[in-house]
Design a protein around this ligand. Structure first.
Ligand SMILES: [Zn+2]
Length: 126
């Protein structure tokens, strides 16, 4: 991370903290129905009825979204933990420096732009 100035690191750390609280809020709101009741009640209801109602479908979609949020949340937490490490800002694949522009755009990035582009489209992660 020698290519990043302390100011840039502070900026990235702030962006990660902000994203972290956004994700926590998103997850909390995903766990609530639009009427404010907990989604967990739908899940319990589904388990009791054990039918393939539309509720099942809704629950699946919600769980899929929560899974997405949680995996991003983990990435944010990993980035926050690594930010003062010497490995922060270095590409996982080629060990080249990830530009500040890219990190500023995606603070959880673990690959440089050229390694990201060389990944197959089905396999694309940050
Ligand atoms: Zn790379």
């Amino acid at each position: 991370m020698k290519h990043l100035t302390p100011q840039q690191l502070t900026q990235l750390e702030a962006a990660l903290s902000k994203r972290h609280s956004e994700l926590v809020n998103d997850i909390n709101s995903e766990l609530m129905n639009s009427d404010g009741s907990p989604v967990a009640e739908n899940i319990l209801e589904f388990i009791e009825q054990n039918d393939n109602s539309i509720e099942h479908l809704v629950t699946q979609i919600t769980l899929e979204e929560i899974r997405k949020y949680v995996s991003e949340l983990r990435a944010v937490e990993r980035a926050k933990a690594r930010i003062h490490d010497t490995s922060f800002g270095l590409c996982n694949d080629c060990s080249q420096e990830i530009t500040f522009e890219r990190l500023n755009d995606t603070p959880t990035a673990i690959r440089c732009a050229s390694c990201l582009h060389s990944l197959s489209p089905t396999n694309k992660t940050v």
